[in-house]
Ligand binder design. Structure first.
Ligand SMILES: Nc1ncnc2c1ncn2[C@@H]1O[C@H](COP(=O)(O)OP(=O)(O)OP(=O)(O)O)[C@@H](O)[C@H]1O
Length: 359
């Protein structure tokens, strides 16, 4: 979560309650990256002028610090009768719907900018490298980076055929992305149900073929959007990406609590930007305090999947649409090892618990 954005939202009043928006219950999510501030709000009720609030936010935030554009998303109004429960994996199976992959793994993070999408895409590439039929679903509405990471920026949008929406394919991975629908820097305002609807369509209507594993890149954070996505998807489990600093870890713990609440097994934690590898001498230095995520995973009793070093070549490759995991070297090996442990944990979670028979 961006502290700068939080500070700005603390200065804007929620017109309905008079409380600062930063601490208002209506604030469901916020994010600031690439000059775009995204604010997700619960709707203000029948008398609320949500358009006026959008305008207030746009004029108060645009031009502040690094903010170039403001996207305000209003969640769907709460329904008075209980909403139909999203289909769980079991319910879908009972209804005859085939999940798109044997293992469906969400990659989440407590806060943005920790390298979640980079890690998710490279875990997918590492799975493909080991021969698994792999898909990647970019469900990050705040900043869909799938097209860039897979070198598909500017690729034509998704096409629908008789057998469903056709995913694009790059580096041996089948891919769909919110970016193909909303564009990487597009300030389109999406309402909650449209977002969850698009994700369900990605799950149900894409001609994925027979995948072994589908990696789902979730939006960062722990708002209602994440909850809806997590609940509406037949997930095998979730992987949490964090950097080692305490602040990032605190948010990672919130993400874990969210998955716990929705009974989605946490398959493990990945420490990204664990230590710096000097591109000149190859020497490592532990600038962020390496090991924080490993210690936290041990403390919480979840598998530690591995540490990914901070390496300028990884950022350059990601910007150029190349996936480091497919190459050689220590960073590629770190991704392959983490993917291997992730798949092991997912297979364990997927296996039905043994029945205890009393004679
Ligand atoms: N281990 C790493 N070494 C060097 N650069 C990295 C590393 N991990 C991520 N980055 C860079 O950090 C930036 C943020 O990464 P990324 O977009 O994956 O973060 P994120 O948490 O997924 O944010 P978003 O939710 O916007 O996708 C990118 O420029 C990426 O190339």
């Amino acid at each position: 979560m961006s502290t700068a954005l939080t500070d700005l939202l603390a200065r804007i009043e929620d017109p309905q309650t008079g409380t600062p928006l930063a601490s208002s219950e209506r604030l469901m999510g916020q994010d600031l990256r690439g000059g775009i501030a995204t604010i997700i709000l619960a709707p203000g009720g029948p008398d609320a002028d949500d358009r006026a609030l959008t305008r207030t936010l746009e004029s108060a935030l645009t031009g502040q610090g690094e903010i170039e554009r403001v996207r305000v998303i209003f969640e769907a109004p709460r329904q008075s009768k209980p909403a139909a429960k999203p289909a769980s994996s079991t319910a879908r199976k009972a209804a005859g719907a085939k999940p798109p992959a044997r293992l469906i793994i969400a990659v989440g993070s407590g806060k943005g900018g920790v390298g979640k999408s980079t890690v998710a895409a490279n875990l997918a590439a590492a799975c493909a490298k080991t021969g698994l039929k792999t898909g990647f679903m970019d469900a990050d509405i705040y900043g869909p980076s799938g097209p860039r990471l897979f070198g598909l920026t500017g690729a034509p949008g998704l096409k629908k055929t008789d057998v469903g929406i056709e995913p694009l394919e790059a580096h041996g991975v089948k891919l769909v992305s919110m970016g193909f629908l909303i564009g990487e820097r597009d300030p389109v305002v999406w309402r909650g149900p449209m977002v969850t609807g698009a994700v369900r369509q990605f799950m149900d209507d894409v001609n994925w073929g027979d995948l072994d594993v589908l990696i789902v890149d979730l939006p960062p954070g722990t708002g209602d959007v994440q909850l809806a996505l997590a609940q509406g998807t037949p997930l095998t489990g979730a992987v949490i990406v964090s950097t080692p600093q305490d602040l990032a870890l605190d948010d990672a713990k919130k993400a874990m609590a969210l998955f716990d609440k929705t009974q989605i097994p946490v398959l493990g934690m990945v420490e990204n930007m664990s230590f710096f590898i000097c591109p000149h001498c190859g020497e490592g230095s532990e600038i962020f305090g390496r090991g924080g995520v490993r210690a936290e995973a041990e403390h919480l009793g979840v598998p530690f999947l591995g540490e990914i070093p901070l390496h300028p070549a990884l950022r350059e490759a990601s910007d150029a649409g190349e996936l480091t995991a497919l190459g050689e070297g220590p960073v590629a090996q770190a991704f392959v090892r983490a993917a291997h442990r992730m798949i092991e944990a997912a297979e364990d979670a997927h296996r039905p618990a043994p029945k205890i028979i009393f004679e």
